[in-house]
Design a protein around this ligand. Sequence first.
Ligand code: XMP
Length: 509
Amino acid sequence: MQKVLILDFGGQYNQLIARRVREQQVYCEVHPHGMTLDEIRRFDPIGLIFTGGPHSVYLPSAPTVDPGVFDLGVPILGICYGCQLMAQLLGGRVTAAQDDSAREYGKTPTAFDTSCALFEGIGGESVTWMSHGDYMAAIPAGFSLAAHSAACPTAAICDEARRFYGVQFHPEVEHTERGRDMLRNFLYGVCHAAGDWTMADYKTQAIEAIRAKVGNGKALLALSGGVDSSVAAALMSEAVGDQLSCVFVDHGLMRKNEGDEVEAAFAHRSLNFIRVNAAERFLARLAGAEEPERKRKIIGEEFVRVFEEVAHQIGAVDYLVQGTIYPDVIESGQGEAAVIKSHHNVGGLPDCVDFKEILEPLRLLFKDEVRELGRELGLPEALVSRQPFPGPGLAIRVIGEVTEEKLALLREADAIFREEMARAGIAADQYFAALTNMRSVGVMGDGRSYDYAVALRSVETRDFMTAAFSRLPWELLDRVSVRIVNEVRGVNRVLYDVTSKPPATVEYE
Ligand code: XMP
């Protein structure tokens, strides 16, 4: 498989660059800029991309790269800081823009020289996204100017002979109108990519690698029914068959019918699927707990205990399988120690169960690639395209103490909301019902009621770090409200949450 190497100089869009490359069926990895020349050679890239970054190349502390990369004969695309760094290392001059007019932030009309391979076929002028306070005052020998804007005569440079290209703007962001085409030109026109990064190929290779690693050993996976663990399970199962055991801890905090649905989705596969019905034990531990962090902690701890018990029962398990994905793995370019999250959605897996090794078969994939792999493995679409569901489950959607009675109310109300959303064909990024801890007075029939209020939450978001509430149609909210108060005994009021994140969070606890 051909590989592009993205050297990370600390820019905020670095993961986006990687996604844009992979979208074009070219495999790439993001590595810290301090990678040695030997490591780069061993990586054997068909092309290099230097990312942007917050520094100024002329300061002594500025992150840099081994200048030997320019002698490898490999094409290079420098973006923003990466472009300035290349210019400086090859003999150009980069300085701070002296007055505000030479700094550029945001959408900028830019003119291109379409004889440059990077800009072939993209038209003479379009909008790019700029974000820079420094600029190239002199470009290195061998380079020519390939784009300019009103404020910046050096918006792009190229040296076709050595196949070095630099852009002052960010081709990876949506605001750069022809950014995708520019990256495509670099990958296919300049690096001669074959477009060999497909999920079908990945599946085959991953299966071979897992078989080679696991041999005759046994592997254990905690299956939550979420996208990542489900895809990891299906992949492992195809690779090692019944050497794999999957433990699904049903903590009783799942949505309506969810435990059975997870079981049904996996029962026919040779997963040694073990469902542990642990609802009673979780609820007993949660009794009296009202504080959100305490609730999370109890659930995390109890999960680990149950998982450990099952692992001991199975015995002699060599490998623990985790659904870690690429965004959790990417190391920072700023020279800090590699931070690799021990990622699990219910509070970490046990240290005290002895495993020879942890397997992370999805650690190279972005979320959308995980979903694609799931489809490739024949998982049902409903499972593959699931919205996120938090590890602590409905416990953080029942505000205050969790009881079986409250869970039952919430399950019904939530199922009605999801059913009506699906019927209306509305695809918000995440939506659910929560049970507030508030009771209020209502009138039902001719009598007084004093019942719970259900809150409906629906959000639009890309990354779940920020979110806007969904503008749902009144008719839909009306229908959901009428159904919930009629069908769910114990609820007499339905509220719609119109708060964004920040200041609110998506979940209630
Ligand atoms: P918040 O509430 O922090 O949620 O705005 C952001 C996203 O993360 C999910 N979430 C969790 N997922 N364990 C998880 O696996 C958790 O403890 C947890 N808390 C929140 C939430 O559903 C949303 O998608």
